[in-house]
Ligand binder design. Structure first.
Ligand code: 2OP
Length: 223
């Protein structure tokens, strides 16, 4: 149950709208265990965002992802040519939406102003949303690049308040990433956790207002 009036919904991108697991298909070209490789790559990518924010050494999400890829190739003791590295990186420009997202977003758009709020660089977000034909559903595509800090800095969530021009209590933030859920709730948004796998929530802070498995369940919960 989400209490109070909601005017806008801000969605996380990677892992929420699009499936980060789809990158594993390209990882098969270099890694015998593509799923483990992709999982390590994603974990390092996020770790580097936390570290860079703490160190005050921002580089954009594309560069962070390249550095995380480099680590992962070395960690797995693999060889990868420049062409293969480029193909792996380009998988982030061809993300695959979760199946129900393409039909749920138009329904949500009829009642709420929709935004993406993501660590992704502006180019990654725009290209990914154009290629998945989801761009038209969003009134705002907000990248952390504008403030050179990553989630879960409160300044990132404040950026959505500034761009969307709603009060933070009027914004529902939707993410599948547990750290992002805790960060957004701690900031003061209403929060929905898309928990597709039944994972435990990181016990770091306030709990989300709503927990669902899919965008369809989210859409129904808001009716
Ligand atoms: C995003 O900001 C956290 O990767 C996630 O899209």
């Amino acid at each position: 149950m989400v209490r109070g009036k909601i005017r806008g919904i801000a969605f996380d991108m990677y892992g929420t709208i699009v499936d980060v697991g789809s990158v594993a298909e390209v990882c098969k070209e270099v890694a015998p265990d593509a799923v483990a490789f992709n999982r390590q790559w994603r974990a390092k990518q996020l770790e580097y965002t936390f570290l860079r924010s703490l160190m005050g050494k921002y580089q954009d999400f594309w560069r962070v992802s390249e550095q995380a890829l480099e680590f992962t190739i070395q960690r797995f003791g693999l060889q990868a040519s420049a062409v293969q590295r480029r193909r792996l990186m380009e998988a982030w420009l061809h993300p695959r939406p979760y199946p129900e997202v393409t039909t749920a977003l138009p329904r949500l758009k009829e009642r709420y102003a929709l935004a993406v709020l993501s660590n992704g660089s502006p180019r990654m977000l725009r290209t990914g949303l154009e290629r998945t034909r989801l761009l038209e559903h969003f009134r705002w595509v907000i990248s952390v690049d504008a403030i050179r800090l990553y989630k879960p800095s409160p300044r990132v969530y404040q950026l959505a308040v500034i761009k969307m021009k709603f009060r933070k209590e009027e914004i529902l933030f939707v993410s599948s990433n547990s750290f992002d859920v805790v960060g957004a709730k701690s900031f003061g948004f209403k929060v929905c956790w898309i928990n597709r796998t039944g994972a435990p929530l990181d016990p770091l802070g306030p709990k989300p207002d709503l927990v669902v498995r899919t965008f369809d369940e989210l859409s129904m919960a808001l009716e």
